[in-house]
Design a protein around this ligand. Structure first.
Ligand code: M6R
Length: 612
């Protein structure tokens, strides 16, 4: 959460910083600010979005070839002008931007206050900048050493960038637990929370590791040291990122664009893993640890939000096809409950951003207990991908909309490939079943394309439910996690209360909610429990609920019982989540549009949840 950008070089920093903030706005949008450095520090910050900052700096002096900028998701202190970043030291000579949480900030603040230092904001970040200045003055050391000394007193997570009036040719950055990428250009350096603000200037990047400090001096080479002053050789990587992914390309919102990108993102996630004859699946990360996977006593997924829902589909797939017991855990619970994990366990972290703090902490716990830790991430080079023993990337491309869509289907695709590949190796699947499922999987991108054609129909039906106050989503088997996902999508972008349930659980409580005002979305494609779902729909209709059903093309039974029907192409039940989730994504999108909600940046949320 929070997006940070920095620049030092020969160009004017402001346009680079502001464009960078726009790319990172998905990380937080409570306030935005920029500090530019030439003779002194020019600081501009305001509550609101990056557009508000642009408005605020109009007619102000924005010159400077060094600068830092920030877009905030508030943790300590309400979102207002004062708490917005950058923060200045008491003298005004040092400016800092920060992503993360300083957990011992109150102890440090009290100490500094007793020493006579005055604070203006409620943030933990201001404590950090005051501490750096205090250490520099007291110890009479250079800024890099002061940053090292100050950070060694800090408990918590941070990605910080620092500039100082006393040294306008220097930009310093450090990270622990929050991401930071350095871009290396021709006599210039870029810094950002992810690579998206950097990619149009340079493809050469260095991902900082925990407790590393990047020292970027104008005209000199990048230098990396640790907090304990150990010299490190920068590991330069080549960025592979399609710039088009970072633009809306004619769509009204990133979310809609990303929904429509799914045929491609699913195809990209299959590509290279299913061979041409479709008789073998190879996933590099798994090949290296094949023995461990085939002999695993248990697989435990750790994830949050939409990634947790994808992992739940993974549980059904792996248990059914590979016959290995699977648990799916909320990373936030797992990390604090002393779980039973040992060397025979494989723990798989699933995350779009690869930065979710709870998932990262949960995987570190699993590692410490001896488990093999695997990751399924979308963002290349992210903290979770780097912390894992091995992993597979989903190839969904950058997902900008806060509501996750194409990341979910890419995760389910990778999990399907994983389950099929392991089942083949383990001999837990017949050749006929394997051939049938890989053929079906290969056809999924085309079927998603076909499903997307119902977009206009979904839009029309959304109008009927724009002002509903509650929704229930029901599904069974492989489509139970899809029900959870549909409900999450609706609540996060339209702010309508929605609950997902296994359809048969309805009679154990939620049925009490059903009346003629309650829309109930029932996911009822062809499946072995189709008849059971029909009975569940009868129960809803008997209580006058309004049924919106997702059915397989040609269905007459559920279609005859339901008030509204979205038809989707037939596929094997195991792969049906990849298709049945599409109408739910569209429904959430159009209801939110009708309600005039902020689609890509829903209130209180951020794309990458790097705090607990
Ligand atoms: O980046 P991650 O997949 O680890 O993120 C997990 C959740 O924060 C995320 O899925 C969240 O629930 C989305 N906003 C859902 O659309």
């Amino acid at each position: 959460m929070c997006g940070i950008v920095g620049y030092i070089g020969s160009k004017q920093a402001y346009p680079i910083l502001i464009n960078g903030l726009k790319r990172l706005e998905y990380r937080g949008y409570d306030s935005a600010g920029v500090a530019l450095l030439d003779d002194g520090i020019k600081l501009y910050k305001t509550k609101g979005k990056v557009a508000d900052l642009e408005e605020y700096v109009k007619n102000k002096d924005i010159t400077g070839t060094t600068g830092i900028a920030h877009t905030r998701w508030a943790t300590h202190g309400e979102p207002n002008n004062v708490n917005a970043h950058p923060h200045l030291s008491e003298s005004g000579d040092i400016a800092v931007i920060h992503n993360g949480i300083i957990e011992n900030y109150d102890i440090l603040k009290e100490k500094l206050k007793k020493l006579g230092i005055k604070f203006v904001s409620q943030t933990d970040t201001e404590v950090l900048v005051q501490l750096i200045e205090y250490v520099q003055k007291m110890e009479k050391v250079d800024l890099v050493t002061a940053v090292q000394l100050a950070l060694s007193q800090v408990i918590g997570a941070y990605a910080i960038v620092i500039i100082s009036k006393a040294d306008p040719d220097l930009l310093i950055a450090a990270r622990k637990g929050s991401p930071l990428v350095v871009g290396i250009g021709e006599d210039e350096f870029f810094l950002a929370s992810d690579a998206s603000p950097i990619v149009e200037y340079t493809r050469e990047v260095v991902y900082l590791d925990d407790e590393e400090i990047a020292i970027m001096r104008r005209g000199e080479k990048l230098q990396i040291k640790t907090i304990r002053n150990q010299e490190k050789t920068p590991f330069v990587e080549k960025l592979e990122m399609d710039l088009n992914h970072l633009e809306k390309e004619g769509f009204d919102h990133f979310m809609l664009k990303e929904i429509f990108e799914q045929p491609k993102s699913i195809r990209d996630s299959i590509r290279g893993r299913l061979n041409l004859n479709k008789d073998r699946i190879s996933m590099a990360g798994i090949i290296d640890f094949e023995k461990e996977f085939l002999n695993a006593g248990r697989i435990t997924f750790i994830a949050a939000g939409t990634s947790w829902h994808a992992a739940k589909v993974g549980e059904y797939l792996i248990e059914e096809l590979v016959r290995i017991p699977v648990e799916v855990e909320y990373a936030s619970e797992f990390r604090y409950r002393n779980p039973i994990i040992d060397k025979t366990d494989i723990v798989i972290a699933v995350s779009q951003s690869g930065e979710t703090a709870d998932t990262l902490a949960a995987m570190q716990l699993a590692k410490s207990k001896g488990a093999l830790v695997y990751s399924i991430c979308n963002v290349v080079g992210s903290s979770i991908a780097r912390a894992a023993d091995a992993g597979s990337y989903t190839h969904a491309g950058p997902e900008i909309g806060v509501a996750s869509t194409k990341a979910f289907t890419a995760q389910v695709t990778v999990l399907t490939l994983m389950a099929l590949g392991l089942a083949q190796k383990k001999g837990t699947i017949t050749k006929e079943r394997f051939d049938h499922l890989v053929n079906e999987l290969d056809m999924i991108p085309a079927k998603v394309e076909e499903t997307l054609k119902i977009s206009e129909q979904v839009k029309e039906i959304s109008k009927i439910f724009t002002y509903s106050r509650n929704f229930l989503y029901l599904g069974r088997g492989y489509n139970f996690p899809v029900a959870l996902e549909g409900a999450l999508k609706l609540k996060e972008i339209s702010y309508i209360h929605a609950e997902g349930y296994p359809a048969a659980e309805m009679k154990h409580g939620p049925i009490a909610l059903i009346d003629k005002k309650m829309p109930v979305v029932v996911i009822a494609p062809d499946s072995v429990i189709y008849d059971k779902v029909v009975s569940n729909i009868q129960e809803i209709k008997a209580r006058k609920g309004k049924v919106i059903a997702i059915v397989t093309k040609g269905d007459t039974v559920v279609a005859g019982l339901s008030d509204y029907v979205f038809e989707v192409p037939h596929t094997d039940e195991l792969l049906s989540p990849l298709i049945s989730v599409i109408p739910l994504q569209l429904l959430a999108y159009y209801v939110a549009v009708m309600r005039d909600c902020e689609i890509d940046q829903p209130r209180n949320l951020a794309k990458s949840v790097t705090v607990e």
